[in-house]
Design a protein around this ligand. Structure first.
Ligand code: F6R
Length: 620
């Protein structure tokens, strides 16, 4: 099956192989355990090559034994869910005696029943995938529809249950690629005499920035001359054009050693771009939310749902939403939320947070909430993605494409968007004073410069520290208040890319159990609240530091500039600039991202593509 995959399609005058391969290279973050392409050559013959392993394996193979040139093609990079990452299970899958090629992202839930039906009518299969079932079914429908590929494709997708993006082409129809989507991403790129399909715009952004977002349960047919979009019954539908706001260079490493290093360096920009155009004269007004005051006035509760790092952003956002919007907030992991019959009503605003906008758990939670009458707002970093399309309102984080599997710049952008949202809702509800707004706006506008200061002045020290600590068996992270989710984020990032055991704790929880873990030499990061803005919490955390120090912990503190109280108890002090009480997380997380990166690099690991993980988790 194709769980989380990258898909690209091309029709036009140019040889498609290099276009497909460079598209796949940009989509590799979606999955990278096997890859394949199919092209229709000038004689109208379909050629196909697919290989297990990263894209480089396919590329080398094609360099050794090239496929004939073709100007119509499809390509796929796979992340296996069922059916291991083998050559055979890789996409494309062929049918109709090799004349038809199909690629797929998602899971076809009724594939066993369909396969049984096709086997009974004499069909044979080469792989264990659900995708091949779709290919064989399409071949069957192709014959039944007298060689009409679009009609055959419509009747095929109408019979599939589950989640899929499906692309197909047939050698009897050079210059035509058909695609369909249900609960899985697909966008169209509009070129001049050529057109593209992709899982997201990264697939074709080097060729065109002009794109169309296709809706749920829609089919598209692209030819060099044009694009036709219909529903599954063949009725023409209107689609929404949009311009991609970033260029191809933004999706490349641009001289950095890794995407993660590049993306951490972009944290100041990610915040600045997310704020841009949403503040004026000391107030926050998010243009996308204009006319939507009704979403915020009648609510008595906000429920934030997300997974992983995005959920930690949500936990930080809770403090801001409660403080400025004065609405009670709960934060839940999307995959836990849906399975416990939660209480929802039109007075609940469900705020989902997702960098990719495709995380299946989050998508399903949003749909569930919506069906039960809740209002939905999506904080998302990816234009045209599924979660925002399923929501009543959208606030995009403008962090630009995030390619490294570990989320960094999207995290600071998510917190920023939540703060803006909190101030926007607070203003609409009359819960926040003009003075509070002005102070908060000034603080938020100062964040990018402060993050730059940290990157400039602390990055080398943190990286050096990470090198010294490369052989650590375990690292603990402590925080309090808004520093608590930051401790969780520091620990997740370290586990994720360095494979070292790491745990984040609320500092106040230490005495209730975790302190038993402390033994001589145990490294512990402590995020220290500001002595200026949060003196009470500051002193409590300093006491926590003394407790663990007394038991031999090696303490690395992240503390505000000028905080001298921590000095006697710290083995290492990492400094962050002064910031208002809610703004510290946006700063304290930066050295933690740098630390995880430095440590994984020191251990010689592939920090952009950690083992067992994929960027977009489009399966539950
Ligand atoms: C961690 C990380 C993941 C994601 C999570 C949600 O570094 O990247 O924990 O944050 O899988 O992904 P999105 O935001 O795309 O929904």
């Amino acid at each position: 099956m194709g769980g989380m995959c990258g898909i690209v399609g091309y029709v036009g005058p140019r040889p498609s192989e290099s276009i497909l391969l460079s598209g796949l290279a940009r989509l590799e973050y979606r999955g990278y355990d096997s890859a394949g392409i199919a092209v229709i050559d000038a004689d109208g013959t379909l050629g196909m090559r697919k290989r297990a392993g990263k894209l480089g394996v396919l590329r080398d193979d094609l360099a050794r034994t090239p496929l004939p040139d073709g100007t119509t093609g499809i390509g796929h990079t796979r992340w296996a869910t069922h059916g291991g990452p083998t050559d055979q299970n890789a996409h494309p899958h062929l049918a109709d005696d090799g004349r038809l090629a199909v690629i797929h992202n998602g899971i076809i839930e009724n594939f066993a029943a369909l396969k049984a039906e096709l086997l009974a009518s004499g069909a044979t299969f080469l792989s264990e995938t659900d995708t091949e079932v779709a290919a064989v079914l399409l071949a069957h429908e192709y014959r039944a529809n007298g060689g009409d590929l679009e009609a055959a494709f419509r009747s095929t997708v109408s019979r599939l249950d589950g989640a899929f993006t499906l692309l197909a082409m047939h050698q009897e129809h050079p210059g035509l690629v058909v695609g369909a989507r249900r609960n899985s991403p697909l966008v169209i790129g509009l070129g001049d005499g050529e057109n593209f399909l992709g899982s997201d715009v990264a697939a074709f952004v080097e060729h065109t920035r002009s794109a169309l977002a296709i809706g749920q349960d829609q089919i598209v047919a692209i030819t060099p001359e044009g694009v036709r979009v219909t529903d599954f019954d063949g009725n023409a539908v209107e689609v929404e054009p949009f311009q991609v706001t970033w260029d191809a260079a933004a999706a490349e490493k641009g001289g950095w050693s890794s995407f993660m290093a590049k993306e951490v360096s972009e944290e100041p920009e990610a915040v600045a771009n997310t704020v841009r155009g949403r503040t004026h004269d000391g107030i926050v007004e998010i243009p996308e939310l204009e006319g939507l005051d009704g979403l915020f006035t009648g609510i008595h509760r906000i429920l934030v749902i997300a997974c992983g790092t995005a959920a930690y952003a949500g936990q930080v956002g809770k403090y801001a939403l409660e403080q400025w919007a004065r609405v009670p907030v709960d934060v839940e992991l999307a995959h836990e939320f849906r399975y416990r019959d939660p209480v929802l009503d039109p007075g609940t605003l469900v705020v989902s947070i997702s960098q990719s906008g495709e995380t299946m758990d989050t998508l399903m939670a949003v749909k569930y909430a919506r069906e039960r009458g809740a209002k939905t707002l999506s904080i998302c970093n990816t234009q045209g993605a599924t979660i925002p399309r399923e929501s009543d309102a959208i606030v995009y984080t403008h962090a630009g494409p995030e390619v490294a599997v570990a989320s960094t710049k999207a995290f600071v952008a998510q917190i920023t968007a939540l703060y803006l949202l909190a101030l926007h809702i607070g203003r609409v509800r009359g819960a926040v004073t003009a003075e509070q707004q002005a102070t908060a706006v000034a603080e938020i506008e100062a964040v990018p410069g402060k993050i730059s200061w940290i990157l400039e002045h602390q990055q080398e020290r943190v990286t050096q520290l990470a090198r010294w600590m490369a052989d650590s068996r375990s690292v603990l992270f402590l925080g309090r208040h808004v520093g608590f989710p930051i401790a969780l984020e520091g620990a997740l990032k370290l586990k994720e890319i360095s494979y070292i055991h790491a745990e984040g704790f609320a500092a106040g929880e230490l005495k209730h159990g975790p302190i038993a873990l402390i033994e001589p030499g145990q490294p512990v990061f402590v995020i220290v609240p500001s002595p200026v803005h949060s003196p009470v919490l500051h002193d409590k955390v300093v006491s926590n530091i003394q407790e663990i120090r007394a038991r031999g912990a090696r303490v690395i503190v992240i503390a505000e500039e000028g905080d001298a109280a921590v000095l006697p108890f710290a083995d290492e002090v990492l400094r962050i600039p002064l910031a208002g009480p809610l703004f510290e997380p946006l700063l304290a997380v930066v050295p933690l991202h740098v630390f995880a990166m430095g440590l994984a690099t020191a251990r010689g690991l592939d920090i952009d593509q950690p083992r067992n993980l994929a960027k977009s988790v489009t399966v539950e």
